[in-house]
Design a protein around this ligand. Structure first.
Ligand code: GNR
Ligand code: NI
Length: 174
């Protein structure tokens, strides 16, 4: 198991569209375990493969509460097949945009079809934090970030701040 470095805003890698996983084998399961370890280490409640530089349509989540048992879940080639009309607002953050949080409105519940870590077709209905987190992760597979759902003014401010930070980090490494 390996903790992988996270790709940060404004790296254009985060804007790539990820490709479907073609076969679910031991190598892919090993990568899923690395993603989970990276997510728990961060710590975060979700992680998309592109956030560690792999443009594959897969994500991991664990939305269990702190006092509960851990519940790691792997979603391969997930597709949202149903969105509720009801919406809810959550304060979101992203491991690729550290220490920035904003409210985002999304469907309150969704139905997702995906392959599990054994490569079996599954259907899951999710609501609450799981629904929000899955939508946030599935957005990553299409190069979409949660800041794309806030006002352009706020988005441009965040991008500017992270662009400046990236330049500073690059200069320090020279
Ligand atoms: O750790 C995370 N927390 C979170 C909180 C509210 C809505 C979405 C998320 S996902 C985020 C981890 C992450 O960046 N996944 O892509
Ligand atoms: Ni994210």
């Amino acid at each position: 198991m390996t903790i992988k470095p996270l790709i940060l805003l404004p790296d254009p890698v985060l804007r790539q569209r990820s490709k479907p996983v073609e076969r679910v084998d031991d190598a892919l399961r090993g990568f899923a375990d690395d993603m989970l370890e990276t997510m728990y280490d961060a710590p975060g409640i979700g992680l998309a493969a592109i956030q560690v530089g792999e443009p594959l349509r897969m994500l991991v989540i664990d939305v269990s509460k702190e006092e509960e048992e851990k519940k790691p879940q792997v979603f391969i080639n997930p597709r949202i097949v149903k969105n509720s009309d009801e919406r809810s607002v959550y304060e979101e953050g992203c491991l690729s945009i550290p220490d920035y949080y904003a409210e985002v409105e999304r469907p309150s519940s969704i139905t997702v079809e995906y392959l599990d870590r054994d490569g079996s077709e599954q259907t899951l209905q999710a609501d609450g934090l799981a629904a929000t987190c899955l939508q946030h992760e599935i957005d990553h597979l299409d190069g979409v970030l949660f800041i794309d759902h806030i006002s352009k003014l706020k988005r441009d401010m965040v991008i500017k701040k992270f662009t400046k930070l990236a330049k500073q980090r690059a200069a320090v490494r020279l």
